[in-house]
Write a protein that binds this ligand. Structure first.
Ligand code: CO
Length: 134
């Protein structure tokens, strides 16, 4: 069911510092900051030869990563995203296997303009998993 690793998302406290780290120290191609008000985050995409890193900072009130950064004061890996071909088929298979989908269970449009779902971390070894239809 799952395909390629699409991205690893890292929550950070200081986005310009994280951008400089990836661009200047690690020598990666780093995008501009992209505010995503409907997701409560500002994102920066780091392009790697085989995948992407998504740097996240909270945006606005009630950001979904505020609590994470309170628990993880230095930031940390927030979620990993796997590609799927058919997100509804993937959702139905997961539900049939007793796995929990976060939110309404209906895919919504994610930070890359594609349908996404998030899976409950307690069902996946303590890892928040995003599925993205490609
Ligand atoms: Co993501």
């Amino acid at each position: 069911m799952i395909g390629k690793l699409n991205h690893v998302a890292i929550a950070v406290n200081d986005l310009p510092a994280a951008m400089a780290l990836y661009r200047d120290t690690l020598g990666a191609k780093v995008s501009e900051e992209v505010p995503q008000p409907e997701h409560g985050v500002t994102t920066v995409f780091v392009e790697l030869p085989n995948s992407k890193i998504e740097l996240l900072v909270p945006l606005g009130e009630g950001s979904p990563i505020t609590g994470f950064l309170e628990k993880n004061k230095s930031g940390g890996i927030h979620h990993i995203c796997y590609e799927v071909e058919d997100i509804h088929a993937a959702r139905d298979k997961l539900l049939a296997d007793g796995k929990r989908i976060l939110g309404s269970g209906e895919p919504r449009i994610g930070a890359h303009g594609k349908p996404i779902l998030f899976l409950h971390p307690k069902d996946f070894g303590g890892t928040l998993i995003e599925l993205e239809e490609v």
